[in-house]
Ligand binder design. Structure first.
Ligand SMILES: [Zn+2]
Length: 747
């Protein structure tokens, strides 16, 4: 293809980038913001086809936090983008393992660990080795391509001494009391990167200004060792250790030479670190050292800067411990422009995890037919992706293109091919490299049997079989053409979870914009839940309605299936709880989110067998009626309850179906969340409604059937006895003396 468009005279009539749709032509319009020039520059390498890249690496006396990791991710994306543009990148990332431990210990209160390690007799080198390994592991888990060289500062000290010596010789630096300082006033261009020359030294910390310096702005290239210091090197000025900034100048020069293309870091490196690096290197070499500077912006946590004292610094391991994939953090960073501040929150991370999982799911779709037209469309998407990415590393836009491809109707092989191509930049492991397991004959057999059951409309049995297939790690997917068993990805877990009903916004103050909200809360029984939901979907017809399903601690495979139900049906919304919230709290999620004029809480044991909605409407519009159900109870003493035999008024409606006007919640409030077990919750609700003067009514003609109640069946007898009793007393305490509400006691 590329060959033809290159040779054929008609290439002009083809789409422009057809020959190299992924932008593999070198330097083809790669625009990058340059901190030095303060504008987007068209990136041009010093040497055709090659890029020399240096990134400020970690200080290995502590774990990297997620703010540090963001900067390494940005560097990784830049490198990948350059490589996608055909450059051979040589990437150097230093390891700062020298000299600053004491400073670190003073500056940050965090180094109790180090103090402890030192007390245990560990050497600084051992500590550095430990944190270097931890850093490498973090990078691996984030899919950050390893730099070609990781120079250790401790191994580059002779080069640093040499550079400092050269600067003294050239008159840019001076020795004072065994220290060597860079004389800032000798370097005319000082401040050209940051626009800063003093860092507020005069204003803030005059008292701490080193008396050995000629000018408070001067910075140390070499420091004399204090007595008792373990890490010392020889130098022409006596034993000591290098300053931090000279490390990077020396290591960059040693491994990349005196002219390099690209230098990256975080914005907090701009001053003084990078400003000083420029001064040292350019004074030593007599020419510009770095052409292009890229800086990643800060990461804030919940709107504030990360600080040990705020208790809001997080490491990658801490995110993992909360159940997140490291790549979810990578995904989250890709959703924010690298030059914008990124506000990290666990809610955002949950959304990222979910986005990542869903995007990958798009790639497990069954194969479709690949047409010529689809291929051409695919190429248009490819061009768009790489064009967006080439505009100052436009990852949020590029990710959006990946999503549009994922959602598109393109045949699966084209989607996969495109997303694999995009993943060269994104690095999100969108396509699992290993060949997924194939369903064996046993599973094929089960699928056949399920097909038969479905044809016979025995959906319960069919769902039972699906459950078994799932248990083997395969998800059953039905399409018009065929039913297939697709391997269930390990990562296909739902993480966007709520921990309390208050985690969802209450929409109850707003006016209803739908007619019906159907709320379903499930903890057990995927098959039952699906039967319930699909029966509702079947009979919703053209009602203006929504179905809210709360996954109240269902198992993962079921959560995943719920997601695909919601994806296929815009009426359905799913909320995942990260643990069992309790029966009342789970239902309150539905209530808080209800946008319907009428609310139906339906138990998963119930199946809708007809148009229950139209039949409920007139009942719900009766202003004397507060709650309607299909099943109800009567009582003589508020202690024992009997199933109501006939339609009409009852003492309480049973929880299989509780239907009511949403506005009634303004009077009685939400459900009492102390009811963690479901029993008597329905009675409590009915009594609350009735205590306001409304009737509780049962319509035995409502087209509903009741199946086995899984919550009841699957709770061990002693446990349900205990829970029931507790709820009973709770109920009794509230309503036990309201004999005025007993219908049979009324005249
Ligand atoms: Zn550096």
């Amino acid at each position: 293809m590329a060959e033809r468009s290159a040779r054929g005279g008609r290439s002009a009539s083809r789409p422009k980038a057809r020959g190299r749709p992924d932008g593999r032509r070198r330097g083809s319009g790669l625009a990058l913001y340059n901190t030095l020039t303060r504008r987007k520059d068209v990136f041009k390498s010093l040497e055709p086809g090659r890029v020399k890249m240096y990134s400020c690496g970690p200080t290995v006396y502590r774990h990297a936090h997620i703010g540090n990791l963001r900067a390494y991710l940005v560097a990784d994306w830049l490198r990948r983008l350059l490589e996608a543009h055909g450059y051979r990148v040589r990437h150097v990332k230093n390891i700062t393992d020298v000299g600053h431990m004491r400073q670190e210990m003073l500056e940050r209160g965090e180094d109790k660990v180090i103090a402890a390690a030192l007390a245990e007799g560990k050497t600084p080198a051992e500590i550095a080795r430990f944190y270097t390994e931890a850093f490498m592991a973090d990078e691996r888990r984030l899919n950050i391509l390893p730099a070609h060289v990781f120079p250790h500062a401790s191994e580059t000290v002779p080069e640093m001494v040499e550079m400092a010596y050269r600067l003294v010789e050239k008159g840019y630096a001076y020795e004072s009391g065994g220290n060597v300082y860079f004389a800032v006033d000798r370097f005319a261009e000082y401040g050209k990167l940051s626009g800063q020359t003093s860092g507020g030294l005069e204003a803030g910390v005059r008292a701490q200004v080193d008396p050995l310096k000629r000018d408070p702005r001067d910075f140390a290239l070499w420091k004399a060792a204090e007595p008792g210091r373990q890490l010392v090197w020889h130098s022409p000025w006596g034993d000591g250790f290098p300053g931090w900034h000279i490390e990077c100048s020396a290591m960059a020069a040693r491994h990349l030479g005196s002219r390099i293309d690209l230098h990256t870091g975080g914005v907090d490196n701009i001053f003084p670190h990078h400003e000083d690096e420029i001064a040292q290197s350019e004074a030593a070499f007599g020419h510009q050292h770095v052409n292009h500077w890229t800086h990643a912006q800060h990461l804030l946590v919940d709107g504030v800067k990360m600080a040990k004292s705020s208790g809001n610094t997080y490491t990658l391991a801490e995110l993992e411990a909360r159940g997140f994939e490291p790549l979810a953090f990578r995904y989250l960073c890709a959703t924010v422009n690298y030059r914008a501040r990124m506000d990290f929150s666990f809610a955002a991370l949950r959304a990222a995890q979910r986005g990542l999982t869903r995007l990958r799911l798009k790639l497990t779709e069954p194969d479709g037919r690949v047409t010529k037209m689809a291929r051409a469309e695919g190429e248009r998407w490819r061009r768009l992706f790489w064009t967006v990415a080439a505009d100052d590393l436009g990852l949020p836009g590029a990710l959006a293109v990946a999503w549009r491809v994922g959602r598109s109707r393109l045949a699966a092989p084209i989607k996969r091919e495109l997303l694999m191509d995009f993943d060269r930049l994104l690095g999100l492991d969108l396509v699992q490299p290993v060949r997924p397991p194939q369903p064996d004959a046993g599973i094929e057999e089960m699928l056949k049997e399920r097909d038969g059951r479905r044809r016979a409309r025995d959906y319960v049995a069919a769902d039972g079989i699906r459950e078994k297939v799932l248990a083997q790690g395969f998800e059953v997917r039905d399409s018009r053409r065929a039913t297939i068993a697709a391997p269930l990805p390990l990562w296909a877990r739902s993480v966007e979870a709520i921990s309390a009903s208050a985690d969802v916004e209450s929409l109850l103050e707003g006016a209803p914009d739908l007619d019906f909200t159907i709320g379903i809360v499930a903890r057990e029984g995927c098959a039952e839940l699906e039967r319930c939901v699909s029966s509702i979907q079947r009979w919703l017809g053209s009602q203006r309605a929504e179905v809210i399903v709360v996954d109240n601690g269902l198992e993962d495979t079921c959560s995943l299936r719920l997601d695909s139900v919601a994806e296929d049906d815009p009426h359905v919304r799913v909320f995942h709880a990260d643990h069992f919230l309790g029966s009342a709290a789970g239902r309150n999620v539905c209530l808080r989110q209800a946008r319907g004029r009428y609310v139906l809480l339906i138990d998963t044991s119930v199946e809708v067998t007809g148009d229950v909605f139209s039949r409920l409407r007139p009942l719900l519009d009766d202003p004397t009626v507060g709650v309607v159900g299909r099943w109800g109870v009567t009582t003589r003493d508020i202690r024992s309850f009997d199933e109501a035999k006939a339609a009409g008024d009852v003492d309480a409606v049973e929880g299989y179906l509780l239907a009511f006007r949403r506005e009634i919640l303004r009077e009685i409030g939400l459900l009492d969340e102390k009811f963690r077990f479901y029993r008597h919750l329905d009675l409590d609700f009915s009594f609350a409604v009735r205590s306001r003067g409304y009737r509780a009514v049962v319509d035995t003609k409502l087209p509903l059937v009741r199946h086995e109640h899984v919550d009841w069946e699957r709770t061990p007898p002693e446990e349900r006895e205990r829970l029931s009793k507790r709820n009973f007393y709770r109920f009794l305490h509230k309503w036990g003396d309201r004999t005025d509400l007993i219908l049979s006691a009324r005249p």
